[in-house]
Design a protein around this ligand. Sequence first.
Ligand code: FE2
Length: 390
Amino acid sequence: MVPFQAYQTPTAFKHGLGVLENLAEEVKALGIKRPMLVTDPGIVKAGIADEAAGVLKRGGVSFVMFDQVEANPPVELVDRGAVFFQQEGCDGLIGLGGGSSMDTAKAIGVVASHGGSAVDYEWADPNPITKPIPPLIAIPTTAGTGSEATLWSVITDHNRHIKFNIGGTPFIAATVALIDPLLTINLPAHVTAGTGMDALAHAIECYTMAFAQPFTDAVALLAMEYVGQYLRVAFAQGHNKEARYKMSMAAMLGGLAYGTDSAGAAHAMSQTAGGVVNCPHGAITARLLGPVMEYNFIGEPQKFARIAVALGEDVRGLSIWQAAEKAVEAVYRLTEDVEIPSLQQLGFSEDQIPLLAELAVKDPQTIGNPRDIYYDGYVKVYQRAFAVGK
Ligand SMILES: [Fe+2]
């Protein structure tokens, strides 16, 4: 047991179909005179950046657009964005997109307010974040990463082939999260699948991790229920508003479950593996979640049994161990149903297992895992994950 814990989030969550229409009002309410809209070319192409820009223009807000975000955002992008922020005389941020855009906006905020480079704030080493970033409005366009609710920004250092976290403090959190499920309506099915499984991974890992607490347990369980009920529907029917709303809420709740602490082995693996092969975070996390649960469930059988119930499994008449195994089976089945690509299809090969296992051990998220895991354990989990994909 951890001796004492706290839960804190400074973010105001405003959600519902069409809530994007309130963007200009929110900017003004926060006293922002010149926001920098941080987004990526895909969001521009999908017309969502124009939609947000239109709301700002109609509301009389003068803003600048930074639309260069790329997946797995690199250090250089953040540093370039922070220079742009200063040059343009901005005083606030709008992060519009998936996790990459919101994480980039957060990290730009850190560098703009503290100086230096994003790399200076890697896991608060050498520099901790000591003051709030400029006011940030986070607007997710996927339902998965939960970055609108977390105290983290995940940045990639391509030179060292690693991803690292900046944050762990309320100073980096969004001031307002505007969660409009209509923005996810046109997401391609494979993005719906990967990001939705990422939300599930946040919920499951944070529910079972060593730092779990009642606040995070409560939101994590509801996130699991929503994913269990609605991810397949959102995957199968992109235009189903109820499914999109529930998945957006699952992502938000999963992000809240992330709290201030680390997740577990699936994220220790997926984040480090994402530094080796540039692949979608949700898909790689999804592929590792089942094998990690299979490894972990003996450490927390009661909690895994409860996960099975949250995911809609019938556990009547089963022992606690059988019920716990049902949770593992349910996640494997969901992974297949929403057609998550195999590790091989994502670009990994089995001869990379020693390297991938070595990197995962070093990731700070390893500490939170509900079963002790070292190099040999990671090798075993990776071998299983490759075998499942064959
Ligand atoms: Fe994640």
